[in-house]
Design a protein around this ligand. Sequence first.
Ligand code: HEM
Length: 155
Amino acid sequence: MVRIMTSDAIELIKASYAHATSTPRQLAGRFYQELFAAAPNLRALFPGDLTLLQGHFESALALVVRNLDEMGALRDSLRDLGAQHVHWGARPEDYVVAREALVAALASLTPSWDAAIEKHWRAAVTSIIVPMLEGAAVHTAIVAERLADDVSGGG
Ligand code: HEM
């Protein structure tokens, strides 16, 4: 698990997050803009109207920011979220694009942005996507196990 957040880093992130989300849906809106600019092919995976999803995304991110000092507590939920994402068509490499889109969105909404905050945010977002990818991998492994059991089960 990624655990590299010092309490100073966490405070910087929380302040930046509070600023970026002072207007609801602003951050999520910016994130999807950045994401689809970087990877237009991903647009088709999402519903046409992103309003509902923007709310979900911001709540998920808010939960993570509140729990940065205890990311282990969110590991199971993030793994489940990652497993769901397999069905939505998210590939491992898309997560890096999403991370950079989120960092860019945060940068555009944080007035005191600098290299240190960027580094902390990248680490924080990495600590979200690592358990999501683990969840996707475990999900795939379970499907494989079940298939293997299906053919060996009959004896
Ligand atoms: C930082 C990483 C990410 C986080 C925190 C995140 C978070 C979320 C959340 C909270 C939802 C809503 C779940 C629900 O409705 O119950 C969602 C849906 C979705 N996400 Fe992500 N996501 C991430 C990365 C990605 C990536 C890399 C893709 C790649 C294409 C992706 C594609 C989708 C799609 C297609 C949906 C569902 C849209 C629908 O409702 O049909 N996400 N995501």
